[in-house]
Design a protein around this ligand. Structure first.
Ligand code: ATP
Ligand code: MG
Length: 301
């Protein structure tokens, strides 16, 4: 389908960032600054490649919609300023808004806390034929909630339900939930945009210096940054426990946004490609009926 060569290479490259479980996963094996061998000089070509990836995505999404059997759920998790919003914006640009929905999950409301933690996410799952994007997700339940012990206490769980192995239990429930989704036609892809601590600092300073970006900065972001180590070990354990063949994690280098976007686009295209989508085919009788209707329309005075 005439895809750019560099994009095709990105397609091959994404395997390097895919985690499907099994072996031991270590964050230290990944480099936030990685650009897959491309240099800054390749940036314009990479931008072109991204455009070709986006075109492929638009075509596939159209087919996903027409085919109406599968849904794709893309989950984004990251530290602040890793570029979740901009990756979502760029990769999904050009997509028919009717076939795509984005849900952002913030600290749960009192109503949400009156339900189990999957409830609010289930309400936002994409229907068949659509792409659903979760900007943060139920994975916060083993990240921010794990790093801040007080949050768990706030979840209205009876003390007898808070076992020592509560995180293991949550991993297990999440694995089962995602298996259930897969078995029922929603394919799940999870993206951890892996930014380095140094690059986050640069981006925060940029937000503080540029008046147009002030709104993006929140003092709370610095409090989370101070817990970097705890977050990284929570991410590492989470990915180790919840990466599966059917619902893989992608650990995407996020220090260079142009590279992040191309890898995310390639992974989404690959996920849709794997579904072997096709436009619904008409039977001979249906085609004959259409031909008859066409003749009738043409004969109209
Ligand atoms: P932005 O790029 O605009 O900062 P964001 O995704 O960081 O986007 P915020 O409004 O800053 O959005 O923050 C959402 C906050 O909600 C995050 O700090 C996240 O950890 C927190 N959060 C999300 N889910 C939960 C949860 N289940 N329990 C507690 N906190 C949560
Ligand atoms: Mg934030």
């Amino acid at each position: 389908m005439g895809r750019d060569r560099l994009f095709e290479n990105a397609h091959k490259l994404i395997r390097k960032y895919r985690v499907t479980g099994g072996g031991k996963f270590h964050l230290r094996d990944f480099d936030p600054g990685d650009t897959g061998g491309l240099t800054a000089a390749d940036k314009p070509r990479a931008q072109q490649a991204l455009q070709s990836g986006i075109q492929a995505l638009v075509r596939l999404q159209d087919m996903l919609y027409a085919h109406d059997r599968w849904a794709l759920l893309a989950i984004f998790q990251a530290m602040d300023a890793a570029g979740k919003d901009s990756a979502i914006k760029h990769v999904m640009s050009g997509i028919n808004p009717q076939g795509c929905q984005v849900a952002s999950f913030k600290a749960p409301s009192p109503q949400e806390l009156d339900h189990d933690y999957l409830w609010r996410c289930q309400r936002e799952l994409p229907q068949r034929g659509r792409i659903g994007i979760f900007n943060r997700s139920y994975y916060e339940e083993v990240l921010v909630v794990r790093v801040h012990a007080g949050l768990l206490a706030n979840e209205k769980l009876a003390p007898s339900l808070i076992d020592d192995d509560i995180w293991e239990q949550r991993y297990e429930d999440i694995r089962c939930f995602e298996r259930h989704l897969h078995r029922n036609g929603t394919i799940v892809r999870k993206f951890f945009l892996y930014v380095s601590r140094a690059e986050q600092k640069r981006r925060f300073l940029d937000r503080l210096e540029d008046p147009a970006k002030h709104w993006k900065f929140s003092a709370a972001d610095l409090a989370e940054r101070a817990l970097w180590k705890q977050y990284m070990s929570a991410y590492e354990e989470m990915i180790r426990a919840t990466a599966t063949e059917k619902a893989p994690w992608y650990v995407i280098p996020a220090d260079h946004k142009w590279f992040t976007r191309i890898v995310v686009a390639a992974a989404v295209v690959e996920a849709l490609d794997s579904l072997e989508l096709s436009y619904p085919k008409l039977t001979k009788a249906q085609r004959a009926e259409l031909a008859k209707l066409k003749r009738g329309l043409m004969a109209e005075k």
